[in-house]
Design a protein around this ligand. Structure first.
Ligand code: SAJ
Length: 420
């Protein structure tokens, strides 16, 4: 069997590597030469635990090749971005272009699988009309399915194997062929359904998380009305067997949770009120975080302050800045007239703010240390070794050891905790 994987990003590359590690011949395709080189030269363009070793093995054993054009294969997997436009409508051009690109290469009996998260009906309305141009009879000579990826960055290789998988076929045969393929390495259960249901399920999962986080953020704001620590309150509520409240933070980032709910808003309009409001609540958290930072500085009578933003990635232990709340927080801080420097051990460069190469450099002239992601490196810092102009720390992820920082002479503030 041979697989052609179109799109070598955070999902496509690990998936390609995984199949190759299981003895399947894989050809990776990307329009970005850096992504292609990452296979050809074994130089990764993304960070993921365990990816480098697995990639080396796949390439060295001759199971994985890459180029900017597709090749004939038995199976085509499409894993390209499906972002939103500035007006929050879905941008399906990458899905359309990837489908167009494989049409000249598909042959009778092939299977095409879409892994990208997409608005329900995308397979039917965007992919099928392109695939028809191959002159193959869809569902008879060419099989098509949606098998959304559900892995969490940072733990992709564990989750690729152990998570259950949803497979939605345009007919039963398409779904069954897809299941058989993923059984190569998936140990979780593979559930079969139709393509539109699978599309909806994936979007629902991420929207559930967004709505739940919005609820937590709303609670965090309300903590100011009471003398409570919302993190403690959530922890206690979650001891209930049917409650699972998520956690507040400086906003929701990444290419999934901050994007996918908009697909439902576009679809449902007025019918998607909770989803829409949750998106707005989460999008408002960076401004809220910046205002809180300003309030802490005012409380300490510090004017013309310098803020050290610690963490640029959209969440802990990843190198990905897509839709990162940090970008927005920085923008809001600058709007308030504050001077900002940043440090993130996982991000090489950014275009939004001065980035320093070490924590020491970022904090030495800072008046407040603003932690926006929960990288392990941050949790492990010894606060005694950190010098700052003013020893104030604002933890938006509950990732620091309060006692240790207080003992080191820092005034410690936590988002959603008015007990400070
Ligand atoms: N966040 C919070 N509070 C929380 C949890 C997360 O503020 O309690 C924030 C994070 O800091 C981050 C954002 O939400 O900015 C998203 O992070 P995440 O860890 O929730 O999710 P992603 O985007 O890394 O991965 C999600 C996962 N979806 C679900 O858990 C339902 C993953 O399984 C999907 O495969 C992935 O989206 C995707 O690609 O769709």
């Amino acid at each position: 069997k041979k697989i052609c994987v179109v799109g070598l990003g955070y999902i496509g590359l690990p998936t390609a590597v995984m199949f190759a590690n299981h003895g399947v011949k894989v050809h990776g395709v990307d329009v970005n030469p850096a992504a292609v080189r990452s296979i050809q030269e074994k130089q990764l363009h993304i960070e993921e635990n365990g990816l480098q070793e697995r990639l080396n093995k796949a390439v060295d054993e001759g199971f994985l090749t890459a180029s900017t054009t597709p090749e004939e294969a038995d199976v085509f997997i499409v894993a390209v971005p499906s972002p939103i436009n500035p007006d929050k409508t879905a941008n399906l051009e990458y899905v359309r272009e990837a489908t167009k690109a494989i049409v000249p290469y598909v042959r009778k009996g092939n299977l095409v699988i879409l892994e990208s998260t997409v608005p329900p009906k995308t397979v039917e309305r965007i992919m099928i009309p392109e695939l028809i141009k191959s002159d193959l009879e869809i569902g008879v000579d060419l099989f098509v399915s949606h098998s959304p990826e559900r892995v969490i960055p940072g733990r992709i290789f564990d989750e690729l194997v152990n998570n259950d998988r949803i497979v939605g076929g345009i007919n039963k045969k398409s779904a069954e062929m897809t299941k058989e393929l993923y059984e190569t390495f998936v140990k979780g259960t593979i559930h079969l359904t139709d393509a539109t249901t699978a599309e909806l399920v994936k979007v629902m999962e991420n929207t559930y998380r967004d709505v739940n986080i919005a609820f937590a953020n709303e609670l965090a704001k309300m903590a100011d009305l009471l003398d409570v620590n919302i993190w403690e309150a959530i922890k206690f509520a979650n001891y209930h067997p049917r409650v699972n409240v998520h956690f507040p933070g400086p906003g929701v980032g990444g290419h999934c949770i901050a994007v996918d709910p908009w697909f439902l808003v576009e679809l449902g309009g007025e019918k998607a009120q909770i989803v829409h409001m949750s998106r707005n609540t989460n999008d408002n958290m960076p401004a809220f975080t910046a205002q809180k930072t300003q309030a802490i500085l005012n409380q300490n009578k510090i004017a013309g302050a310098k803020v050290a933003v610690l963490g640029l990635a959209f969440k802990g232990n990843v190198d990905d800045m897509r839709e990162s709340p940090s970008t927005e927080v920085i923008y809001e801080l600058q709007k308030l007239g504050l001077d900002v420097v940043s440090y993130d051990p996982h991000i090489k460069e950014n275009k939004h703010v001065t980035q320093t190469q070490s924590l020491e450099e970022a904090t030495k002239e800072a008046d407040i240390l603003l932690f926006l992601t929960d990288h392990n490196e941050f949790k492990e810092y010894n606060p005694l070794s950190i010098s700052a102009r003013n020893k104030i720390v604002f933890d938006t992820k509950n990732c620091l050891n309060r006692e240790a920082w207080q003992e080191a002479g820092f005034q410690y503030h936590l988002l959603g905790d008015s007990k400070n």
